[in-house]
Design a protein around this ligand. Structure first.
Ligand SMILES: CC(C)(COP(=O)(O)OP(=O)(O)OC[C@H]1O[C@@H](n2cnc3c(N)ncnc32)[C@H](O)[C@@H]1OP(=O)(O)O)[C@@H](O)C(=O)NCCC(=O)NCCS
Length: 175
């Protein structure tokens, strides 16, 4: 699966991404503002296990962001269930050495278009740790709207944070 994203390419994870993935994700500056729990230390074996899981996805939802073939980030989607099935949460990260180059913005723009065209979604949303202004900027640039703050909603590394809710809602087509 390949999703062109301007100067970058969103594609399925490949086995050879494991070393770069381990290097980038073992950086606490990358994981500090991600809700997922990562093993610490995060090794190449952990990265390989993650990549194997991605290969098992019947409908791929987790992807690598690459620059000239090299892994520089990740982006993924969690489609909600039941009555919320037309909403999906989006999450993304970029290797710290590449921050500020516009990678997340270009990737999220392309991925948003992909998600709305591929899935029967009417709402894409993201939870952002309070104070994560880089992520807030990325979401705003792509057209997500701030909807409110969930106070004290998440614990990470024994610290409690509020989370900002951002969403992009696709106007419903009236038959
Ligand atoms: C958030 C993250 C994905 C941004 O990636 P990126 O590729 O650097 O993002 P971009 O370069 O596309 O855009 C970053 C924006 O933040 C701005 N920015 C950079 N440093 C900043 C700072 N200290 N404070 C506020 N804004 C800042 C940039 O100027 C840019 O906005 P601009 O284009 O208006 O100038 C990256 O920092 C990251 O991986 N963080 C850790 C994981 C994470 O928090 N993921 C998001 C979960 S919702």
């Amino acid at each position: 699966m390949k999703i062109p994203a301007g100067r970058y390419l969103i594609r399925s994870f490949e086995d050879q991404d494991a070393a770069a993935m381990a290097e980038h994700v073992s950086n606490p500056n990358v994981t500090r503002t991600l809700a997922a729990r990562f093993p610490s230390p995060y090794t190449e074996e952990h990265a390989k296990a993650w990549i194997s899981l991605c290969h098992l996805e019947a409908e791929p939802v987790n992807f690598a962001i690459t620059e000239n073939g090299d892994l520089v980030g990740g982006i993924g989607l969690t489609v909600q269930r039941g009555a919320r099935r037309r909403a999906a949460e989006v999450g993304f990260w970029v290797a710290e050495a590449h921050w500020g180059k516009g990678i997340a913005t270009e990737a999220l723009q392309a991925f948003t278009d992909y998600a709305f065209s591929r899935f029967d979604l009417i709402r894409l949303f993201a939870y952002v740790f309070e104070g994560n202004t880089r992520s807030t900027r990325v979401l705003e640039k792509v057209g997500f709207t701030y909807e409110g703050t969930l106070e004290s909603s998440i614990v990470k590394n024994d610290e409690v944070y509020g989370e900002l809710v951002f969403a992009l809602v696709r106007p419903q087509i009236v038959p």
